[in-house]
Structures are given as structure tokens and as C-alpha cells.
Design a protein around this ligand. Structure first.
Ligand code: ADP
Length: 462
């Protein structure tokens, strides 16, 4: 079973809550340590103060029960655990609160007392932890007594416990609230993306004119919407072209088919002589020829536009030009147009020789078709700036610069009547251009030296 991936806003919220939880745990740990440390400091400081009071009382020779009296007045009852020891550790006196217990004297404490320093210890008395300070009493530079004062650690421990309890409630609460807020915010931030995907879902081949709303904030989402809109515009354009192409193609197919049908119907209407049937079949065959040519052109056109990239074999330009000129010369001869080869520089291009031949042949055929009898068509090839230029120039009527871009579109014929007579469907130049473009080249037309048309194929030199 595949699990649906979590939505972006859920993932954002989880990351956010996780990061916050980690931060709060670290802060809680630090605050706990800090609190524990400062409470321990307070306990030690107050213990030392009490121990010093007891020591001073003992030093000034006051009786201890009097000192205890004072302590009772000044200190809270917890602080009344104290005892006096002889330097050898024998108990001399203890406060009433100790109720017969003794505060232990650890070897480390004994050592620091000998060195004249106060020592702090934590001991356990009746299951309760007690903090004890041990302080030396010196008289005339001699250790005469040892004072020990203790305080139960229970209140400090309770404060720390309460802090932990508070954290245990506050941290999850804070993370929960932040996650809820973060989720709302992430949702709000991603709402435009949702809107956008809904809008995109409504767009299909039938409604390509629709666009995604650009909110005008200029942010990443606006840029995304603009990019998508640009893509939609290109798709709409391509779809439009395809639709026009199929409509034009259907129209082109219908004309010869209608003529064919008419011819056959007329032939079948009454009994006819063999010669009449032969006539009808001949003209039917002409229409069929036109249909076959058109079908071939359509096939070529779709191959030239659909193919990803032309195959990349080395193609010698000179034999290509000579071969096409030869085929063109035969066609020209029928129409009284001379097709000849001018200067051809040796050059090599990469691509599909068959397709390139087709493209060049279309140009030469056009030259021969549209140039009046007595004119000529010349093929040349040159190399400039790393490009190979193959030109086909004729002495015909030429092409109006205003039509120079249009004639490369499929099914465009400038002089419909003449084009019909010559039999083209207006696909020749479109096919030639698609082939050249698939070879990373360009095809352009310019006026020739005599005012005729000069078509130039520009291809990268191999
Ligand atoms: P067609 O099948 O009509 O020849 P093309 O795509 O080859 O279609 O050419 C489109 C139109 O461009 C032609 O109908 C013609 O009007 C014009 N044309 C093409 N080549 C020439 C040329 N060498 N001289 C003048 N007009 C031309």
C-alpha cells in the first residue's frame, strides 16, 4: 500500500513544531540547571552565615543554649540543626532540633577544617537530604572547636520539582499553540498555490484561452503564474496552428476528391464510347495523382515537424547540389527554364541527406514552376562565418517583401490561380523550412539580382 505524501503545509508545521520543541527542551534544560545552581548557592551562603553566627557565639564564650536562643529568633526552624565538636571529632554539644542525631564529619571536611577552610557536604539523615557546612573555630591561632550547621534540602528540591512540573505543562502547550498557529499561517501562505492548481485544472485543450490570475504582488507565486501563463499561450498558439493545419489539409483533400467524384459520376451517367471512358479515367487519374502528391507532402510535413532532431550523418554539399540541379533541369526543360549550377564551394554539413535533398529540391522546383519560359534558375553554395549557404536564385517575378514571411506557412499560395495550375498545395516551402530548422539552420527569401526570388538555406558547417 502506498501512503499519500504529507501536504506541504503539514510538513512545514511538523518541521516548525519539531524545531520549536528542540529549542524549548534545550532552554528548559538550561533553565533547570541554572535554577538548581543558584538555589544551591543560596543554601550554601545562608548555611555559612548561620555557621558563622554559631562560631562567633562559641568564640565569644557564650553558652550554646543562648546562641540557640538567638538563632531561634533570627532564623526559621529549619536552620536550627547544628553541633559543636572537639578538634578530635568528639561531640561536645548539639542543638535540640537534632533530637539525638549527629551530623557526620567526612574525612574531606575534617581535612579542610584542619586547613582552616569551611567545607560543604550533602548527607542523608532519616531519608532526607541535608546540606551541612563544617567551619573551624580558632582561638589564638589554634583549632579549638568545629561548628557544623545543617539545613534540609527538601524545600530546594520542591522548588525544582515545581519548575519541572511547570515546564512539563508549558512546553507541550507552547509547542501545540505554535503548531496550530504555524499550520494556519502555512495554509494561508500556500492558499494561492491551491487556487492556482484549481485554476490550472479547469484549463484543458478546449479552454486554453483561460489564464491563471496574477495577483500583482511580484513574488515567487506571481512569477510561477506568469510562467504557466506563458506556457499556456504557447500551447494555445500551437493548438491553433494544428487546428488550422488540419482544417486546411481537409480542405485540400476535398477539392481533388470532389473533382474525382464529379468525373466518375459524369462518366457513369450514360453509356459512353471507349474513348470517352478513357478520357474520364485519365482525368480521374490526374486527380488521384494530386491526392497522392498531397498525401506524400502531408506525410513529409508531419515527419519534418514531429521528428526530434535530424540524424547526424556527414553530408557533402557539392554532390547534393549537383543531384538536385539534375532533377530540376529535367523539370525546367519541360517549361523552357534553364536550371544550372553556379560556383559551389566544397562544404560538409551534418544531417539527413535525403531530407536535405527534399528541401533543396522543393526550392528548385518552385524556381522552375514560377519562372516564365526563357528564364533560368541557378544553384550556388558558399561558406561564410562557419555557415554553409546554399542559394537558389531565379529570374522569375520574385516575392513581395510583404509576403516573405507568409509563404513559409503551410497551405499559403500567393497566386492561387497559378498555383492551382502548377498543382502545388502550398506545402513545399513549409516542408523545406521544417527540414532546415530540424537541422538547426534557417531558410530565408530575398530579392535576387534580376528581381527574381533568391532562397537561401543556411546550415552550420560540420
Ligand atoms: P506551392 O505548392 O504552391 O509551390 P510552396 O510552399 O512551395 O507551395 O510556395 C508557396 C507560394 O510561394 C507559392 O504558391 C508561390 O506563390 C510562392 N513562391 C514560391 N517560390 C516562388 C518563386 N521561386 N518565385 C515566385 N513565387 C514563389
Amino acid at each position: 500500500m502506498t501512503r499519500r505524501p504529507l501536504s506541504i503545509h503539514t510538513r512545514l508545521t511538523l518541521w516548525y513544531a519539531g524545531a520549536l520543541l528542540a529549542i524549548l527542551i534545550v532552554i528548559s534544560g538550561l533553565s533547570y540547571s541554572l535554577l538548581a545552581w543558584s538555589l544551591a548557592q543560596d543554601v550554601d551562603r545562608s548555611l555559612l552565615t548561620v555557621a558563622e553566627v554559631v562560631r562567633d557565639a562559641s568564640r565569644s564564650g557564650e553558652r550554646l543554649d543562648v546562641a540557640e536562643q538567638w538563632l531561634r529568633e533570627f532564623l526559621d526552624p529549619e536552620h536550627q540543626l547544628f553541633q559543636l565538636l572537639d578538634p578530635d571529632g568528639t561531640l561536645r554539644l548539639r542543638s535540640r532540633r537534632l533530637r539525638g542525631d549527629t551530623l557526620p564529619l567526612s574525612p574531606a571536611a575534617r581535612q579542610s577544617v584542619i586547613e582552616g577552610r569551611p567545607a560543604f557536604d550533602t548527607v542523608v539523615l532519616h531519608d532526607r537530604r541535608v546540606r551541612v557546612v563544617t567551619l573551624p573555630v580558632r582561638r589564638d591561632g589554634r583549632l579549638v572547636e568545629v561548628v557544623q550547621v545543617g539545613v534540609p534540602l527538601r524545600p530546594t528540591e520542591r522548588t525544582l520539582e515545581r519548575w519541572v512540573e511547570a515546564l512539563a505543562v508549558l512546553v507541550p502547550l507552547g509547542v501545540g499553540l505554535a503548531a496550530a498557529g504555524g499550520r494556519v499561517m502555512a495554509r494561508a501562505a500556500l492558499k494561492p498555490v491551491d487556487d492556482m492548481s484549481q485554476a490550472a485544472r479547469r484549463i484543458d485543450a478546449e479552454a486554453l484561452a483561460r489564464r491563471i490570475r496574477v495577483r500583482g504582488t511580484g513574488d515567487e507565486l506571481d512569477r510561477l503564474a506568469e510562467t504557466l501563463n506563458g506556457m499556456l499561450a504557447r500551447l494555445e498558439n500551437t493548438f491553433g496552428e494544428m487546428r488550422r493545419f488540419s482544417a486546411d489539409a481537409a480542405h485540400e483533400l476535398r477539392t481533388p476528391l470532389t473533382a474525382l467524384k464529379g468525373t466518375l459520376e459524369v462518366a457513369l451517367r450514360t453509356d459512353r464510347s471507349v474513348a470517352e471512358y478513357q478520357d474520364a479515367l485519365t482525368s480521374a487519374l490526374e486527380e488521384v495523382d494530386r491526392l497522392v502528391r498531397l498525401a506524400e507532402d502531408l506525410l513529409l510535413m508531419s515527419r519534418a515537424t514531429a521528428g526530434p532532431e535530424a540524424p547526424r550523418a556527414r553530408v557533402d554539399v557539392e554532390p547534393l547540389v549537383l543531384d538536385v540541379a539534375e532533377v530540376g533541369a529535367r523539370l525546367g526543360k519541360e517549361r523552357g527554364v534553364a536550371v544550372r549550377v553556379g560556383p559551389v564551394a566544397p562544404a560538409v554539413v551534418l544531417g539527413d541527406a535525403g531530407a536535405l535533398r527534399r528541401a533543396l529540391l522543393n526550392l528548385v522546383e518552385n524556381g522552375a514552376k514560377y519562372t516564365p519560359a526563357g528564364g533560368r534558375v541557378e544553384l550556388t553554395a558558399a561558406v561564410t562565418e562557419g555557415d554553409v549557404l546554399i542559394a537558389v536564385e531565379d529570374t522569375g517575378p520574385g516575392i513581395d517583401p510583404a509576403d516573405a514571411a507568409r509563404i513559409f506557412e503551410p497551405f499559403v499560395r500567393l497566386d492561387a490561380a497559378r498555383a492551382r495550375e502548377t498543382g502545388g498545395a502550398g506545402l513545399g516551402l513549409a516542408i523545406a523550412r521544417s527540414i532546415v530548422v530540424a537541422h538547426r539552420g534557417t531558410l530565408a527569401v530575398a530579392p535576387g539580382a534580376t528581381g527574381g526570388a533568391r532562397f537561401t538555406i543556411r546550415l552550420p558547417h560540420a
